[in-house]
Design a protein. Sequence first.
Length: 488
Amino acid sequence: MIDQLFGFLSFYIPEVISILLMTTLLVAESSVKDEHAPRTKIHVYTQVVLGIVLITLFQNLGEKPVQIFHNAVTIDPFSTLMKIIMVIGTMGAVFISHSSKDIYSNLKSEFSIMAVGVLIGGMLLASANNMLTFYLGIETLSILSYVMSSLKREDASSTEAGMKYALYGGLSAGIALFGISHLYGVFGSIQFNDIVGQVAGLQGTDLAITLVASVLFFVGVGYKISVFPFHMWTPDVYQGSPIPVTAFFGIVPKMAGLAALVRISFVFLSAGSALTVSWVGLILVIAAMTMTVGNVTAIGQSSVKRMLAFSSIGHVGLMILGVVVMNEAGVKAILFYGLVYMFMTLIAFYITSHLSDMYGSDSYDVFRGLVYKHPVMAIIMAGVLFSLAGIPPFSGFVAKFNIFAVVIEQKHYGIAIVAAINSVIALYYYMKLAKTMIFGQASGEEKVVGFTSLNQAVIIALFIPVLFLGIFWESAMTMAGNAAIFIK
């Protein structure tokens, strides 16, 4: 039994290292005597160990898929690539938090601890192969996220964000658990492996119960990735949370939820039954509504952070279209989109964080005439906005093109038209901000200060994939194409 446990753990090295990192961070923070002392060593230690986790994940990419812990967890190339995106996103958010004034200095270590904890939950969710590990992943993600969103304890909006997140999260988790209990009643198993073999044979009452239960089950994922109508918490939580937390929420929980949605869809779509038709129809309707609500609402926002929140809802609506085709091309499109979206999100929130620290606001006005105050920052932010809008030659264009290609190939012309209209709407508010930065008249002669050479080097390093993945995208797509999903 012990030998079997250590055999399982040998496939679970990245998660084990992450758990050890969180544990040692707790010990290190508790040993700091001066509450206001800088935590530079703790910050560096966090980044180094996360780098080690990233290396082990890259090493796992070439391994054969394996199911461990009595088939509760699947380690396959798809989950590994999603974990890589989540780890890079966590490293970026931790780096932003170190220089951000939006998080109190004595809470920066707590941010790192909770970010690693959410990352562990996300990694578990990405590999979940039964309904229990799925639920544990959701709850591990959520509980720590509630605390992260209310880190600014003296700010009423941050406290409100934490309360709203907790209320929405608790309700959606309960609904999902209710659906899981009914699925267990129908299939007699919580294992995805067992459910796959029984879906095609569903009839009568069992089919009716499963149709309803699968919708309830979907709520748990839908709330996490902010799809309509479970998106209502997102703008308020993004607005009230510290900016590094907002950047983190835009990447790690969303990628984990998308990974879970893709794996669950393989369970329900692979059989070609009435459940398949219902599941595809559900995702198509939700994708259309999510894109439309996210992009239309983003137009009228005066806060850049809130605009990016609604923008992220629109992007998720487009990403989940890769689910309805449920083939290799669809999975590749989702993975590539997730990768480039991670880089774009980190840069956008990094620049917004610095300007917010300097001017005490994240409104459009602080971006006015940015090209005259800090040309490097303005040019890179404009490039990111062009990429988010899907303008070539940036990687955002390739990401959107791949989604459109797989949807049109499956002859879902209606949703393709809806997505195209939404892309035009998104172009308007992205270009509105770009115009403000480049052609807007600066309110004063004051230059942007404090954005050090290290900060500039980091955003340039993050921007390189945004640019070059739009030109040399074949290698990334090849890696994504090898990220097969393993269930059976």
